[in-house]
Design a protein around this ligand. Structure first.
Ligand SMILES: [Ca+2]
Ligand SMILES: [Ca+2]
Length: 274
């Protein structure tokens, strides 16, 4: 292992002595792997997963419930890029390949992502996996309980969504042009502001696969949830460049068949803290 995780764990323990037990601690440590992927340490904590009934555009499947995550983990601060995918898999399956190697990889199925992760883990260094849906939402919210991690309203300057010249009225196409970004395409990662924990594009750009099967949330408080034991579809989160801003709500849930390859769907990784 290039970097020992022990100092970070010691730091984490040390830090907890100076806090009052609240979960909104800014992560202090980052790691970068051999592929240049950057990860930020996410502390354990408790949060409310889902959305309140009054939230606009809320889905029926967003039942608000308390989730406690007991283990720290590292969250990749960007979506996996086309360059990172190509470096591991030898090819670039992305539809928006004209967007460049720093744009998120897409047209990768959940099963393709599993193969990618197996290859990384076979290197015998850090241990990778997809985030659980709870880890994803916790890292997305970064301590917020508003519909979006920046506040109450969708805003073309905050995320890449509705960059679509065909379908969506009131689009962000003009904003994309102003920023010299391609239309009908995702943007290079980090083109929009990060959330409070330094993580980019959790809202928009491309949807992101999670580890879990899609299913109904539990009705009470849960600890380290991993979703239903089986299912028909896998969870995807965060909305994309292609459609409505409200798909980017932190609580919004969606799902796809695990062999689907969609031009709006990519992923990011976590590193397991041993
Ligand atoms: Ca995204
Ligand atoms: Ca939904």
């Amino acid at each position: 292992m290039k970097y020992s995780l022990l100092p970070f764990i010691v730091l984490l323990l040390g830090l907890s002595a100076f806090t009052d037990g609240k979960t909104h601690i800014a992560p202090l440590s980052m790691v970068t792997n051999d592929l240049g992927m950057q990860f930020v340490l996410i502390h354990p904590g408790t949060f409310m997963m889902g959305s309140p009934e009054k939230e606009e555009h809320r889905g029926e499947d967003e039942f608000l419930h308390q989730v406690t995550l007991t283990k720290a983990f590292y969250m990749q601060i960007t979506e996996v890029t086309q360059g990172q995918w190509k470096a591991v898999m030898g090819r670039n399956p992305s539809n928006s390949d004209d967007c460049g190697m720093n744009c998120p990889v897409e047209r990768v199925s959940w099963l393709d992502c599993r193969e990618f992760i197996e290859k990384l883990n076979a290197k015998g260094k850090e241990r990778y996996r997809l985030p659980t849906e709870a880890e994803w939402e916790y890292a997305c919210r970064a301590g917020t309980d508003t519909p979006y991690y920046w506040g109450d309203s969708i805003d073309c300057t905050k995320a890449m969504y509705a960059n679509n010249t065909y379908k969506v009225p009131g689009t962000c196409v003009e904003d994309a042009k102003k920023k010299k970004l391609l239309t009908d395409s995702p943007a290079p990662v980090k083109s929009f502001p990060s959330n409070a924990w330094g993580i980019y594009d959790m809202a928009g750009n491309v949807w992101e696969w999670c580890q879990d099967w899609y299913g109904a949330y539990p009705r009470g408080s849960v600890v380290d949830p991993e979703g239903p034991p089986s299912g028909h579809k896998r969870v995807r989160r965060g909305g994309s460049f292609f459609k409505y801003g409200w798909y980017c709500r932190s609580a919004n849930r969606n799902a796809a068949i695990e062999y689907d390859r969609l031009r709006t769907l990519g992923f990011r990784l976590i590193i397991i803290v041993p």
